[in-house]
Ligand binder design. Structure first.
Ligand code: C2E
Ligand code: CA
Ligand code: CA
Length: 912
């Protein structure tokens, strides 16, 4: 493409040339027209002047012919010719007088100077002036003139200086006064020329006027010349001629006849152009200019009158004639100058703007080249690189030549190709795009870049201006940070967050890859005890060792993470059809060998919860929940085992959830009621008390056993209200029974650990008893040994207070949990309730039998009475009786029943 500057200046030059050419052409046309018109005008003036001169001459000739033919002139001429022609005779001859009388009025009338009649001997036989009569040489120097006259022609002479002094207009006689003659023959009756009749004509009269009328402007004049080119009439520029010394001022006539004297005018100067032409008898015009007799440039028109033998020139000074044209020319010159000035101004302005643009362009180019980032300008439609700054070439290791013109995809590696394409789509939609991607340089090295691409107009086309930033350092830092964020510092395993990512990724890909994701949640059993007893530093070493062992044991396609605390996770994905690997076994094997720290050999076990994605559309949190549920299940199943999450577990959980929801309104809906189970004395099988056991009949769930809902109520805190209700209901029943004459020594209620630890139980107890006017000895409080594990001082305090208040305290479910004999000593229990698991197996299990025996013996030695629970047969009753058990509770003596049934069953019994 032609540069703007070139286009502009070419157009400007063209316009300039056209303007100048147009001016020249117009001027030439105007000039030629002007010349033509001027020439025509001058020619017209010349012709008119000529015509006037000819008319005047012809008039003169006509006059003389008429006069010559008059009988008076003929007769008087004959008379004068007849006499002896001496001057005296002629003067005195009467014919002379008669002739004068006849001619004088005519001459006066026509302003003619005088007349001559000349005979064949050139003797003037008659004249207006007496002094001329009889003279012989009168017009001798006019021989040609005379010759032609005698030939019978009428002839007019050219203006010439008079041979005699003549009077001017003022009557003063002047020598060489201009004069002319017109002559004609006088022919007698026989047709013979007898004499010549001439009249003296004064050229300063009519001829001067005619010539003066032929003047154009200030410098124009018409004048007569003879064949030699000498002036025959006066010049308008006499004073100039005098000044130049061409003529002398003295002795000048009005019709400056001296001017025509060859010796005085132009004697040394060559003939003018006009005179040369006239000299050759030619007529013509010249509008181009030639130098006249004054040496001045004139234009003119001239002719040669063959008849009268004079040349007539009509001239005007070139300068004056061409003044209008000169003015036009001047105007044109001004116009052209103005146009050139305008063009020059345009050119100047353009040059300035262009230079500025050029400077800007250079600045932009400098900025472009020196930018701190690689910049590419890419054609939006083709994707070809249009321009690349210096840094781009060093950045991508390509030469400028290779880069420019190549498609932008040469910078893309496989990963980024799609990104670049989609960025173009975004650019089209939004006008720009900021994205991170990877490019590759000439040598295939991948570079992390951030591309800020914008759609801009450049030279009227859409281009993408892409500023590329090398973010390799940032990426490296990010990666480092990512490592820090995703790594567990202690074990160097992936941490919770990287676990989350990996799990989500594997779940997202499982369907496509037709795989099942296995998630294992590993908990180190009793790790809290290790930490508490051996210290955290040892705990850390153990965790590191465990991490290393598991990592080394699991296959490569399984990923190990530290989940937090003493929990680890393993994720693995296996093809759907493959048999599931026994990772559990592999992991548990790692704990076979004890871990040695500071010469301490530590034996540890693991509980593992496993969940499978099973190709289902399952999310990571659900899968994790499942594994966690399975881990809890493993822990519930006595630890050191694996539990796979089952649908039943989910069902249980759901059930629990429903129970929890239903429990909220169970109290207000009166869904609870109490059953009472008798406790009898071993000694005589008499009723010594009853245990209040809660029942829940829910309209949606039906009957829900306390073993199911109590734990849920404990977790939700609902147990406190429920417990209070039980207490109230027991007190109410106790009073009712009393009112009915049935007096039972005491009714025991089960106190949940939650009640004990989180409520003002003693205040509630006292307040309720007070309400029913009962004493604490009517109520026994059953407390499971689990609550004692925490060994908190305030619990001890509480139990002591309750004891002091007069409540009986039962240690419930003894033998199920962490039975410790120390509790028996420490807390002020009245009775120990031996769990029914002892009793149930007793008959078949010697171990249980011995255990039961020991418990009873030990309790008794500590002055604790024993209540055996779950007694269902006679054998058990006998055994317990034999082994000094104090009380028995069980189906054998009575199942828990509603209070009315209890009353009807036991009211008749003998009450101790
Ligand atoms: P627990 O305190 O050990 O109550 C004794 C349980 O053994 C009762 O089950 C009772 O029905 C059952 N039982 C008694 N004799 C026999 C027998 O000869 N054979 C068999 N197989 N079972 C016998 P229940 O009523 O289902 O109560 C279960 C547990 O629920 C109770 O165990 C107790 O821990 C809790 N519980 C019951 N009522 C309440 C309550 O009002 N408050 C609180 N906190 N817990 C309660
Ligand atoms: Ca109980
Ligand atoms: Ca019990």
């Amino acid at each position: 493409m032609m540069p703007l500057k070139k286009v502009f200046f070419s157009s400007l030059a063209l316009m300039l040339v056209v303007t100048i050419l147009a001016s020249i052409v117009t001027l030439t046309v105007i000039e030629s027209n002007f010349k033509h018109n001027t020439s025509q005008s001058i020619k017209a003036v010349r012709n008119i002047t000529h015509q006037a001169i000819v008319s005047w001459s012809q008039e003169n000739e006509l006059h003389i012919q008429l006069l010559a033919q008059t009988p008076e002139v003929k007769k008087l001429a004959e008379e004068l010719l007849a006499i002896d022609r001496t001057s005296g005779n002629l003067i005195s001859a009467p014919a002379q007088q008669s002739l004068k009388q006849f001619l004088s009025p005519v001459l006066e009338k026509h302003e003619l100077r005088g007349y001559f009649i000349i005979d064949a001997n050139h003797i003037s036989i008659a004249s207006s002036r007496i002094s001329n009569i009889g003279s012989t040489n009168l017009i001798d120097n006019q021989s040609e003139f005379m010759k032609r006259l005698w030939q019978g022609k009428t002839v007019t002479t050219l203006p010439q200086p008079s041979d005699v002094a003549l009077q001017d207009n003022n009557g003063v006689f002047i020598k060489n006064y201009p004069t002319m003659f017109v002559g004609t023959p006088i022919i007698n009756a026989q047709g013979k020329i007898i004499a010549i009749f001439t009249l003296r004509i004064d050229p300063t009269k009519n001829l001067r006027k005619i010539l003066q009328r032929g003047r154009i402007g200030d410098s124009g004049e018409s004048y007569l010349i003879n064949r030699q080119g000498y002036l025959l009439s006066e010049s308008r520029f006499d004073h100039e001629l005098i000044k130049k010394g061409l003529i002398t001022s003295n002795n000048r006539s009005t019709f400056n006849i001296q001017a025509i004297e060859p010796k005085e005018v132009n004697a040394s100067t060559p003939l003018t152009f006009m005179a040369e032409q006239v000299n050759q008898g030619k007529s013509g015009s010249n509008a181009d200019g030639y130098f006249d007799y004054r040496g001045k440039k004139v234009i003119g028109s001239w002719l040669w009158d063959e008849k009268f033998q004079f040349g007539l020139a009509t001239e005007v000074d070139y300068d004056e004639a061409y003044l209008p044209f000169s003015k036009t020319k001047q105007s044109f010159a001004i116009f052209t100058a103005c146009a050139m000035l305008v063009f020059a101004t345009f050119a100047w302005i353009f040059a300035r703007i262009y230079n500025k643009m050029q400077t800007n362009k250079e600045q932009v180019k400098t900025l472009f080249d020196n930018a701190g980032d690689p910049i590419l300008i890419v054609d939006f439609n083709s994707g070809n690189i249009l321009s690349a700054n210096k840094l781009s070439t060093s950045f991508f290791k390509y030469s400028d030549k290779t880069l420019v013109g190549s498609h932008v995809s040469i910078l893309c590696n496989e990963d980024s190709h799609q990104k670049v394409l989609s960025s173009f789509a975004t650019i089209r939609r939004c006008g720009g795009s900021l994205f991170e991607t990877t490019y590759k340089n000439k040598f295939g090295n991948v570079i992390f870049v951030e591309v800020n691409a914008k759609l801009v107009k450049f030279n009227n086309s859409d281009v993408v201006l892409a500023i590329i930033r090398d973010i390799s350092a940032r990426k490296a830092a990010q990666q480092k940070l990512q490592e820090l964020v995703s790594t567990d510092m202690l074990t160097k395993l992936g941490n919770r967050s990287s676990f989350d990512k990996q799990l989500s990724l594997m779940l997202a890909n499982q369907e496509k890859q037709k795989k099942v994701v296995i998630l294992m949640l590993i908990g180190i059993d009793e790790f809290r005890i290790v930490n508490d007893t051996l210290g955290h530093a040892t705990g850390d070493i153990i965790l590191k060792t465990i991490a290393k062992r598991i990592k080394n044991a699991i296959p490569d396609n399984a990923y190990l993470y530290r989940f937090g605390g003493d929990e680890f996770t393993v994720i693995s994905a296996i093809p759907e059809k493959n048999e599931k690997p026994n990772l559990c076994k592999i992991i548990q094997q790692t704990m076979k060998t004890p871990i040695t720290v500071n010469s301490n050999k530590i034996h540890l076990t693991m509980s593992i919860g496993i969940a499978f994605s099973n190709g289902k559309n399952i999310n990571s949190s659900t899968l994790l929940q499942s594994a966690d549920r399975a881990l809890n299940s493993a822990k519930e199943h006595g630890r050191n085992c694996c539990q796979i999450f089952t649908e039943h577990m989910r069902y249980q959980d759901e059930q629990q959830f429903t129970i929890l929801a239903e429990l909220r309104n169970a109290l207000t809906n009166n869904e609870f009621y109490l059953c009472f189970q008798p406790v009898v004395s071993v000694k005589d099988h008499q009723l010594v008390g009853a245990e209040a056991l809660i029942r829940w009949q829910n309209p949606k769930l039906g009957f829900v056993s306390p073993e199911t809902f109590i734990s849920i109520a404990e977790r939700s805190g609902a147990i406190i209200d429920i417990g209070n209700w039980v207490l109230e209901e027991v007190c109410k029943t106790y009073c009712e029974w009393q009112t009915n004459g049935f007096r039972i020594p005491s009714i025991s209620i089960n106190l949940s650990p939650v009640q004990l630890l989180n409520s003002d139980i003693e205040k509630v107890l006292l307040a309720t008893l007070a309400k029913y006017r009962m004493t604490p000895d009517c109520i026994a409080l059953e407390i499971t040994e689990g609550v004692l594990l925490s060994e908190r001082e305030e619990l001890h305090q509480l139990l002591m207070e309750l004891k002091q208040m007069g409540f009986r305290l039962y240690l419930d479910d003894f033998g199920t949990g962490y039975s410790s004999l120390s509790y028996l000593n420490k807390y002020p229990f009245d009775y120990l309730k031996m769990d029914k698991s002892f009793i149930t197996d007793m008959e078949d299990n010697v171990k249980h039998r011995n255990l039961a025996k020991t418990v009873i013996a030990m309790a008794n030695s500590l002055e604790l009475a024993v209540i055996a629970e779950g007694v269902e047969n006679q054998w058990q009753v006998d055994f317990l009786t034999k082994n000094n058990c104090q009380r028995i509770q069980g189906y054998f003596f009575g199942k828990p029943v509603k209070k009315s049934d209890f009353l009807s069953q036991w009211a008749t019994e003998k009450i101790i």
